[in-house]
Design a protein around this ligand. Structure first.
Ligand code: GN1
Ligand code: MG
Length: 374
C-alpha cells in the first residue's frame, strides 16, 4: 500500500468538508489517537471569524470492507435513537446522539483517493472521553449509558442491519482463525509464544460456550454495540454525565453479554490495554460492581434470566477473544490493529490473557455481583 502524506490527508479533509457543505476560510487539524482502526481528526473550521469543531474520520477499509453498508446502518441507528430521545422529551438532543454530515445527494460519506472513505460529524461541545477512570461513579455512569443504548435499540428491527464485519464476535470462528494463523506462521513468530498458544488450547470449550448457547436458542441475539470501550462514551466535560455513545461502526446483531463483558474488560481493568508489567493487571471488583449496577439497572429488566446468567461469562470470553485477535494479528504481521511500537499486539494479547487469569480467580465474586443486581 502507498503511504499517504500529510498534505494529501489535509487536501482530502478539505475536500470532504466541501462535499458536506461546510465552506471554510481556514481549518486546524488535530489527530485523535485513541482508536486502533480508523484515522480520526478533530477539525476546527473557521468561517467569518467563528470556529466550529467537527470530527472527521477516514474509515479503515481493510477492516470495513463495505463502508457504504456501515454508514447505512449508522444512519438508521442514529435516526432511531433520535426518535427515542424525542419521545422521551429529552432536551439538548444534539449532545445525546451523533449527527453525521451528509452531501447534497444525501450520502453520509465522501470517497477520497487510495480507497479512502471519509465521514464527519459535529463535535459535541464541552464533551470529552476518558481512556482510564478511577472513580466508581464514572463506571456507574458508563454502565448506565451502555445499558440505555441497549434499551433504546431493543425494538430496532434487526433485519435492517447489515453485518459490517461478518462473524465479528463469533468466538468459535475467532478461535479457528487463531489456530489457522498459528499453523501458517507467516512471519516466523510462533516459536516465541508457546505458553500463550497453550492458554487458548486449554480454553477451547469455554471460548465456545456463549456462541453454543446462542445457536441453541438459549440466549437471544440483540442489536448490540460490539465495541463498548469506555472511551466510546462522550462525557460532559464539567459534570462527567454520560452524554452519548459513539463509534457505531459495529452496531449489529450480537450478544448483550459481550457488550457488558467488553466494557468490563476495558473499564474495570486496573491497567492499560497494553500494559507490559503484568503484575499491575487485574479486574477491580469495585469498578465491576459499579458498572454492573449501572448497566443492569438500565436494561436488565428486558434480559431473560438465562441471558443475565451469561453476563460474567461474557467478560471472561470476550477478553479471551480479544487476546486471540491481538495475538493472531501479531502472528500475521500486525495488519489489523494499528501499532505504535514493535511487539505492541503481543503486549496487548499478554495483558488480556492476564486479565482472563484474574477473572477466572474472581469468577464466583463476579457472578455474585451480577446476581445482586438482577
Ligand atoms: C478496536 O479502534 P477501536 O478502539 O474502536 C476493535 C475492537 C477491539 C478494540 C480493542 C472494528 O476498536 O473490536 O475490542 O480495538 N474494533 C474493530 O481496543 O475491530
Ligand atoms: Mg471501534
Amino acid at each position: 500500500m502507498q503511504t499517504i502524506t500529510e498534505k494529501e490527508t489535509l487536501d482530502e479533509i478539505r475536500h470532504t468538508l466541501k462535499c458536506f457543505g461546510l465552506p471554510h476560510e481556514e481549518i486546524s487539524v488535530e489527530l485523535i489517537e485513541n482508536g486502533h482502526i480508523n484515522s480520526t481528526y478533530k477539525v476546527h473550521i473557521i468561517r467569518n471569524g467563528i470556529e466550529k469543531p467537527y470530527i472527521v474520520q477516514a474509515v479503515n477499509t481493510y477492516v470495513f470492507k463495505n463502508p457504504v453498508d456501515m454508514m447505512d446502518n449508522i444512519g438508521k441507528v442514529t435516526a432511531h435513537i433520535k426518535k427515542k430521545l424525542i419521545e422521551r422529551g429529552e432536551q439538548n438532543i444534539e449532545r445525546k446522539v451523533l449527527h453525521f454530515c451528509s452531501t447534497n445527494e444525501g450520502f453520509y460519506y465522501v470517497h477520497g483517493s487510495q480507497n479512502r472513505f471519509w465521514r464527519a460529524y459535529a463535535f459535541v461541545e464541552n464533551s470529552k472521553t476518558y481512556d482510564k477512570v478511577e472513580n466508581p461513579q464514572l463506571l456507574f455512569n458508563a454502565g448506565r449509558a451502555f445499558g440505555e443504548f441497549q434499551m433504546m435499540l431493543s425494538d430496532f428491527p434487526m433485519n435492517q442491519l447489515r453485518d459490517t464485519i461478518p462473524d465479528f464476535h463469533n468466538t468459535k470462528k475467532r478461535m479457528a482463525a487463531f489456530f489457522d494463523s498459528v499453523y501458517n506462521d507467516f512471519c516466523g513468530r510462533v516459536k516465541d509464544i508457546q505458553p500463550e498458544i497453550q492458554f487458548f488450547k486449554d480454553r477451547i470449550d469455554v471460548a465456545e460456550k456463549l456462541i453454543n448457547l446462542q445457536e441453541k436458542g438459549v440466549i437471544p441475539l440483540r442489536v448490540t454495540h460490539n465495541d463498548t470501550k469506555y472511551n466510546n462514551i462522550l462525557m460532559d466535560s464539567e459534570t462527567n454525565e454520560a452524554l452519548c455513545v459513539i463509534d457505531l461502526d459495529t452496531v449489529m446483531p450480537g450478544l448483550a453479554a459481550y457488550d457488558f463483558g467488553d466494557a468490563i474488560r476495558f473499564a474495570a481493568s486496573t491497567a492499560a490495554e497494553d500494559e507490559t508489567d503484568l503484575s499491575k493487571v487485574s479486574i477491580n471488583l469495585e469498578y465491576f460492581e459499579a458498572f454492573t449496577k449501572g448497566f443492569i439497572g438500565a436494561c436488565g429488566r428486558f434480559f431473560t434470566p438465562a441471558e443475565i446468567d451469561t453476563m460474567a461469562w461474557g467478560a471472561r470470553i470476550i477478553t479471551m477473544e480479544l487476546a486471540s485477535r491481538f495475538l493472531s494479528d501479531y502472528i500475521n504481521g500486525d495488519k489489523y490493529f494499528r501499532i505504535h511500537r514493535p511487539g505492541q499486539n503481543l503486549d496487548r494479547a499478554r495483558c488480556q490473557i492476564q486479565l482472563v487469569f484474574d477473572m477466572e480467580q474472581k469468577f464466583d465474586k463476579m457472578c455474585a455481583i451480577v446476581d445482586k443486581y438482577r
